[in-house]
Design a protein around this ligand. Structure first.
Ligand SMILES: C[S@@+](CC[C@H](N)C(=O)[O-])C[C@H]1O[C@@H](n2cnc3c(N)ncnc32)[C@H](O)[C@@H]1O
Length: 287
């Protein structure tokens, strides 16, 4: 990855006023409620095409027990990390390139009272700021599409895991001709910042980094359902006189995606339905 690409990618995600927008969305949903739970945040804090059902499913595949140390690679607003701490008692560290996301992730974690078990830090996942064997598990949800040097990414993840480490990658992978993929997409407004790869490339790079792939799951059906629902909710919310208008919860992933969220959702759905892209999970363990 060249020096300017990480800042261009963080620039894609940065909104400047995301903290305010999320606070407003939560105030609208839970007026006067100072204390929130992780369940209350589901509509706003998971930024991937499977929403909360996918987070739950993937978490089960991590085979966690209380106290295990988990690294969330590209943790975004922190919803998936908080889920692991809340429901499996894991001790979770998230690392993310986008400073604003790290800030919002910390604030939401404070609001749900999980700051003793979940922490976030700014960093580039191709140069992880951790010593070798620092974590028992790692997962990476919808981040590899922003990473050109996946060989280095997977080698870094392998380095920071213990010998019995387990790792899950859940990325939108390329099935067809990359020149046919339509943009803007939730992770990149232009093709220059999108580093889509075929499942075979993932498998090969994961193996080279020392991982065996123990299972694969195709998440297309789940993504189509969620993206259709997100598009519908966005249309309802932006129709001023619709009876459901202001009372609808924010559609999953819409708040984090910013102004052209509905276009990004529609394009992601189109590419998946056309068979060009597929959200895919690979469950790996170190050899
Ligand atoms: C689509 S979001 C997914 C966030 C989170 N994993 C989730 O599922 O809610 C992609 C995230 O990857 C982060 N990211 C992209 N490139 C990165 C890099 N080189 N190092 C760290 N984070 C990165 C972005 O800042 C963004 O938060």
């Amino acid at each position: 990855m060249t020096a300017q690409q990480p800042s261009a990618i963080a620039g894609h995600y940065r909104q400047g006023d995301l903290r305010r927008k999320i606070d407003e969305a939560l105030d609208r949903l839970y007026p006067g409620q100072a204390t929130l739970t992780t369940d209350d945040l589901h509509g706003v804090d998971e930024f991937h095409t499977g929403g909360h059902p996918a987070t739950r499913e993937l978490a089960a595949h991590l085979e966690l027990s209380a106290g295990l140390r988990v690294l969330d690679v590209g943790s975004g607003l922190g919803g998936p990390a908080r889920h692991l701490a809340q429901h499996a008692g894991a001790d979770v560290t998230g690392v993310d390139l986008t400073e604003e996301y790290v800030d919002v992730a910390r604030r939401l974690t404070d609001r749900v009272g999980l700051a003793d078990r979940v922490r976030f830090q700014q960093g580039d996942v191709t140069a992880l700021p951790f010593a070798r064997a620092s974590f028992d598990r790692a997962w990476m949800l919808h981040v590899g599409m922003n990473i050109e040097d996946k060989a280095r990414l997977f080698t870094e993840i392998s380095r920071v895991l213990t010998d019995t480490g387990r790792f899950i990658v859940y990325d939108v992978m390329l099935l067809g001709d990359p020149t046919l993929v339509s943009y803007p997409l939730p992770w990149a407004s232009e093709p220059e910042h999108s580093f889509l790869a075929h499942p075979e490339e993932y498998r090969s790079l994961l193996r080279k980094a020392g991982f065996d792939i123990v299972a694969e799951h195709d998440h297309r059906t789940q993504a189509v359902q969620l993206l259709r629902a997100a598009g519908d909710a966005h249309r309802r919310n932006s129709t001023p006189h619709h009876p459901a208008g202001g009372d609808m919860p924010p559609a999953p992933i819409n708040v984090a995606m910013g102004a052209d969220a509905s276009t990004k959702v529609a394009k992601a759905l189109q590419n998946i339905e056309e068979g060009l892209l597929a959200p895919t999970e690979m469950v790996c363990r170190l050899r």
